[in-house]
Design a protein around this ligand. Structure first.
Ligand code: GCO
Ligand code: MG
Length: 402
């Protein structure tokens, strides 16, 4: 089955998405997600200039061969742009293979290991009360796990709090917005948020929190310790994950479960984190790490060390990624939890999908392929708008991790 056409479709139904559409000589088509938030056009250029010319004429059935050729053939290895571009191709080819077989993708992976994919919602608030009432809304919708992000008294902005409740989106049009960060205020405040949440919601609701890379290992260890009485489901990205050895210090001091790796994109990035059991959940996603082909490898490696999946699923991962992630999550033996930051109505309408939500779980559905399509005429009505993620500074102007 030869690849006859491959195109990137940019759209912005409230936020930007880059979607790769691959067509074959059988008429079967497949979709992959190529969105890299705030750096979309770098991936589009990588695909259009360097990947698509080679892809045309390749055999769509040889997914592994295409993956290895794109990865090894670039000579330059890893990195978010390369791995997102490869992921888009990989997702589209798995979509085609499953459509060719007439099966939902999870059946090709080995079938369902569970009845559904448990997801967590993103509750955010301007105060503790505001945040807890958002948690209540998620519980009312059936969620069994909720991540709590709250404004910090004394700071103008904090990750995860803003514009819209259900549809949180950090990127803003134009140049990057600036946020001020201060660790002492944050460390003083967060334990109180979780003390109140645990008291209000009892022992069983899974409560999560994203530090968003802002602490030093020592500060992260201290935070993990102070949160132990409230038994979090996980503490996410407590310190930047690009120095995996720094998680040793966190691990030595706290039993709070740790999730990391949404910005990582290769098995080698996780080798120390996983093999030394420094983390409990791997956060990378099918979209960030070269697609299903490589995500499988990372997940099965993690399984050998009792580390589970906790895949990234923010709004910048399009419904195409969500579709593939759900087939993966339904199959993968060491599934942990899947993030589900809901898309806005326009996005859901633009990407008609087979996945459905019930009782705190998503199910990928039974449509052949990954079950997500793109309404191209609608996409053409929502053109790409340049947008950037915020950048953070300390009060004295020092650049900080956002
Ligand atoms: C999360 C993430 C996101 C990122 C976003 C950046 O855990 O959901 O941290 O919200 O900030 O994906 O594009
Ligand atoms: Mg995160």
């Amino acid at each position: 089955m030869k690849i006859t056409e491959a195109r990137v479709i940019l759209s912005s139904p409230g936020r930007n998405f880059a979607t790769l559409k691959i067509t074959t000589d059988t008429g079967l088509t497949g979709l992959g997600d190529a969105t890299l938030n705030g750096r979309e056009k770098a991936v589009v250029a990588y695909l259009e200039e360097h990947v698509i010319p080679w892809l045309l004429g390749q055999d769509a059935e040889r997914i592994e061969h295409v993956w290895q050729s794109l990865y090894k053939g670039a000579y330059w290895r890893r990195g978010p742009v390369t791995m997102t571009a490869i992921a888009a191709v990989d997702m589209a080819l798995w979509d085609i293979k499953a459509k060719q077989a007439g099966l939902p993708l999870y059946q090709l992976l080995g079938g369902a290991s569970r009845t559904g994919v448990t997801v967590y919602g993103h509750a955010n608030g301007k105060s503790i009360d505001d945040c807890l009432s958002e948690v209540e809304n998620y519980v009312a919708m059936g969620y069994q796990a909720v991540r709590l992000q709250c404004a910090i008294p004394g700071l103008d902005k904090a990750y995860g709090v803003a514009k819209g409740k259900l549809y949180y989106e950090p990127a803003e049009r134009g140049l990057p917005p600036m946020e001020t960060w201060s660790t002492p205020e944050y460390l003083d405040f967060i334990p109180e948020l979780f003390a109140q949440a645990r008291k209000q919601f009892g022992p069983h609701l899974k409560l999560l929190h994203d530090v968003h890379h802002r602490l030093t290992p020592q500060e992260a260890a201290a935070l993990g310790k102070s949160l132990e009485p409230f038994r979090l489901g996980w503490l996410e990205d407590p310190t930047p994950a690009d120095n995996p050895e720094s998680f040793r210090l966190i691990r030595q001091h706290t039993t709070t479960p740790i999730a990391t790796g949404e910005v990582l994109n290769h098995l080698q990035d996780f080798r120390v984190l996983v093999s030394e059991q420094l983390i409990d959940y791997v956060r990378t996603s099918v979209q960030r790490c070269g697609g299903l082909t490589h995500m499988r490898q990372i997940a099965l490696f993690a399984d050998a060390f009792q580390v589970r999946t906790g895949c990234h699923g923010a709004t910048d991962l399009s419904p195409v990624t969500m579709g593939v992630a759900l087939h993966f999550g339904l199959w993968v033996p060491n599934f942990g939890l899947q993030e589900y930051m809901r898309h806005n109505e326009e996005t859901d309408a633009m990407f008609p999908h087979a996945y459905t939500f019930a009782d705190g779980m998503l199910h990928p559905g039974e449509a052949p392929g990954h079950g997500v399509e793109l309404d191209e005429s609608m996409a053409s009505e929502y053109p790409y708008q340049a947008a950037s993620l915020p950048v953070a500074q300390l009060r004295d102007g020092t650049a900080w991790s956002w």
